[in-house]
Design a protein around this ligand. Structure first.
Ligand SMILES: *Cc1c(COP(=O)(O)O)cnc(C)c1O
Length: 355
């Protein structure tokens, strides 16, 4: 127990982020970053002129960036909300929409921040078990009368559901918010964005951290009805009205100007995903079909924790959780072809040694 901290946090278990070693000696396949740097346009946008304006606060309304995102996605600026990473966006959403009368439900195997935010904000939550093979059954969420959070594609499984399935969930819970976390949507999944025109209770979260190679810039955004966006704005202006920095703003605008570069990178990642999956299956691994920039895989011979440690000892970082349902599994971020070949070589070495 802390001497000074409020006792309401005594049982709170904070989120544990993936390792971020500062000496850069690892092949880093553990936190789903892009292996590709930001586009050259981003590098020149974050320039001396903008740095020279850091004495001034940024635009609290994020006018330019919201207008650009709105144009790109065919919505109005009032349908767009900006946050300091989608983690902040998720926090604002839990704060705005969840309480003891409005509990929240999400899958038992999903993004680790969801239960942390529910606990932090003292909102009751239900973890709905995924079905056999980590499959999300949409009917488990239809008409449950709760706020719902679904990552689509899901993390760490990589599995996705269709926009039609999302629509059923949104349609049958009209008095509650359905938050669809589309952090990985640009690696092959089907976005449910068109549904925000019909459903006031659908909140879509996306991020610049994965597909757009800007994890270090911290930018997430929501697309939703004007009503839900206004609710999020109320929370934002009660917490931190200048939540997006000037440098991140110019970097993000330049990112949207070079969309083709990122689409090309996503194609490379999807090809490397197919290649890595096929190579792991040759070694007898079980893998799940992924529409994200990572794969979830289990080795028949080496237990998950041992494989994680063996790879780390050989300079390759992947993600492993001690949670019993997934303790045999590893989540491997898809990097460049060269990175995946190093990863596969080390896996072959470890599997060979295991006999
Ligand atoms: C990476 C990730 C996020 C967080 O993204 P940031 O924008 O970097 O905060 C949110 N949700 C899921 C499912 C993620 O995997």
């Amino acid at each position: 127990m802390s001497r000074y901290m409020s006792s309401r946090f005594d049982t709170l278990e904070a989120y544990v982020p993936g390792e971020q070693p500062q000496d850069m000696q690892y092949v880093k396949l553990n936190t789903n970053e892009s292996p590709f740097p930001p586009s050259p346009e981003v590098l020149s946008a974050v320039n001396a002129a903008e740095t020279g304006r850091l004495n001034l606060y940024p635009d609290p309304e994020g006018t330019a960036l919201r207008a650009r995102l709105a144009a790109m996605y065919g919505v109005e600026p009032d349908n767009v909300f900006l946050a300091n990473g989608s983690d902040e966006l998720l926090f604002f959403a839990f704060m705005a929409f969840c309480d003891s009368e409005r509990p929240v439900a999400f899958p038992n195997i999903s993004y680790g921040f969801y239960p942390v935010y529910a606990q932090l904000l003292q909102a009751p939550y239900t973890e709905i078990p995924l079905r056999e093979g980590f499959v999300l059954n949409p009917s488990d969420y239809c008409g449950i009368g709760k706020n719902i959070v679904i990552a689509n594609p899901n993390a760490p499984t990589g599995r996705a559901i269709s926009a039609a399935d999302i629509e059923e969930i949104v349609r049958t819970n009209p008095d509650r918010v359905v938050l669809v976390d589309e952090a990985y949507i640009d690696f092959g999944g089907e976005s449910c964005l068109p549904l925000i025109q019909t459903y006031d209770n659908l909140l879509i979260c996306q991020t610049f951290s994965k597909f757009r190679s800007l994890a270090g810039g911290r930018l997430g955004f929501a697309l939703a009805s004007k009503g839900l966006i206004a609710d999020l704005e109320k929370i934002k202006y009660s917490v931190n009205s200048y939540n997006i920095s000037r440098l991140t703003t110019v970097a993000a605008l330049a990112t949207l100007d070079s969309n083709d570069y990122y689409v090309e990178n996503s194609k490379k990642i999807q090809a490397n995903r197919a290649y890595t999956t096929a190579e792991l299956e040759k070694l007898g691994f079980e893998t799940l079909p992924s529409l994200a920039n990572f794969i979830f895989a289990r080795c028949p011979k080496v237990e998950g924790g041992a494989l994680y440690r063996g790879l780390k000892a050989r300079g390759v970082l992947v993600r492993h959780w001690d949670k019993p349902e997934i303790a045999d599994w590893l989540r491997v971020t898809i990097g460049t072809r060269e990175q995946m070949d190093i990863f596969l070589d080390k896996v072959r070495e470890i599997v060979r040694e295991a006999g």
